[in-house]
Design a protein around this ligand. Structure first.
Ligand SMILES: Nc1ncnc2c1ncn2[C@@H]1O[C@H](COP(=O)(O)OP(=O)(O)OP(=O)(O)O)[C@@H](O)[C@H]1O
Ligand SMILES: [Mg+2]
Length: 396
């Protein structure tokens, strides 16, 4: 019963003191109160686990105090001390929510036994509550993951279907432009408006294509590669690809990736996409003069790739949403809101996890944990083992 918080309420001071003293010898030092009112004011200051409560007291009776306690502190258990042959009080007390009652005169061991039972009940209930909370959290996480997974499949399917009509629109618009620019049409009325409308169609198609490409980027079948990937080199490549944009904004990108072993077996192309998405986001969120750090840490069978920026940070209410498809705080021309959705899809497909930490105004850090050896599973891309091995490419 170590750590139990106990309150002893009885108007007979002598009795109270003796019991408290003997309990202290057994390692429990109870709080004390002489009346029902005092009991409530003690609880107000310091909640306890178990109250041992005398029923017969001048002023507020034990039963009355019990009602108050159960209303205000429902988790607190109450053991009533009733007078000899006053079973009626005990029965009423149990109806009002008391854990149990003992008739005076009481034996200390008997009382301690009851206190222990009450305390065990509290701990069992706490445990149940923790379990229920944990289960609910897990269920929510599973629902979110499943939703993302099915959304991904659906989105990729739609993207694929949309590519064909997009190609037709693009070709037709190009053909119309070509015709419109022939000499015989040089004088038609509102030719400029037609030109502008065709430009708009082409721009719209380009944007739609960018979206479908991103969606297909991680769902495409058949071109997955398993290779030994030098992560430091890979980060170097990604940095080079975004170098101009970073330089324009005077943002420095540094690598802290000097670990004894910086290679893993994974898909280099998909991983490069992941790094590109994260670094691009970081650049967009960072003011000039800021810094982006790419770190590599190795722990056991996993590596952690961290992309950290000193940018504006992500508001708490957005942290849950950033991995959802089409969530973007950028203007429509600038962001499709697919970067992180695709990134998470890739990372999970490569057997890893992605986590984000952010402090508004101070910066954001994305941490990707990946296995050092990606297991070759048949369902990686719907390919068989041998097909995949055929595709193994040694990087560098
Ligand atoms: N490093 C970061 N710092 C601050 N906000 C970020 C960061 N990374 C992502 N975000 C927020 O998450 C949103 C979603 O990011 P995501 O990469 O999915 O889409 P996007 O960058 O808006 O568009 P795109 O599809 O072009 O990548 C961003 O609009 C931005 O609000
Ligand atoms: Mg992005």
């Amino acid at each position: 019963m170590e750590g139990i918080r106990l309150l002893l309420v009885d108007d007979e001071e002598e009795f109270r003191r003796t019991i408290a003293k003997r309990m202290t010898l057994r390692g429990i030092s109870p709080e004390q109160a002489g009346t029902g009112e005092e009991c409530l004011s003690v609880l107000e200051k310091k909640p306890v686990d178990v109250v041992v409560l005398d029923v017969k007291m001048p002023g507020m009776s034990g039963i009355e105090a019990l009602y108050h306690i159960k209303e205000k502190y429902p988790k607190t258990e109450v053991i009533l001390l009733t007078g000899h042959a006053a079973t009626q009080d005990g029965v009423e007390g149990i109806k009002a929510g008391a854990f149990d009652y003992l008739s005076k005169p009481i034996e200390l061991d008997h009382l301690l036994g009851k206190i222990k039972q009450a305390y065990d009940k509290i701990r069992r209930e706490e445990e149940k509550l923790r379990e229920a909370e944990f289960r609910e959290k897990m269920e929510q996480q599973m629902i979110a993951t499943e939703r993302l997974a099915s959304l991904g499949t659906l989105a990729a399917g739609v993207a694929h279907e949309i590519n064909n009509p997009l190609a037709i629109i693009k070709e037709s618009a190009g053909w119309m432009k070509l015709i419109l620019n022939k000499e015989e049409f040089a004088e038609i009325p509102r030719k400029q408006d037609f030109d502008m409308a065709l430009d708009k169609i082409e721009k719209g198609v380009e944007r739609a294509k960018r979206i479908t490409l991103k969606l297909l980027g991680f769902a495409r079948k058949g071109d997955s590669v398993l290779a030994e990937v030098d992560l430091k080199e890979l980060a170097g490549e990604a940095i080079q690809l975004v170098g101009r944009e970073a330089a324009n904004r005077e943002i420095e990108i540094v690598r802290k990736m000097d670990v004894p072993e910086n290679t893993i077996w994974s898909d280099p192309y998909q991983l490069r996409q992941v790094l590109l998405n994260l670094i691009t986001n970081a650049i967009h969120a960072t003011e000039s003069g800021g810094e982006i750090t790419i770190k590599l840490e190795v722990t056991g069978e996993n590596v952690a790739l961290i992309v950290q920026d000193t940018g504006q940070g992500i508001p708490k209410e957005n942290l849950e949403k950033i991995f959802e498809p089409f969530f973007s705080t950028k203007s429509p021309g600038e962001g499709t809101g697919l970067g992180l959705f695709v990134t998470r899809g890739i990372v999970e497909k490569l057997g890893g996890t992605i986590e984000v930490e952010s402090q508004l105004g101070n910066g954001t850090s994305f941490c990707i944990k990946l296995p050092k050896y990606l297991e070759v599973k048949e369902d990686l891309e719907g390919n068989h083992h041998a097909d995949l091995l055929d595709k193994i490419v040694k990087m560098g």
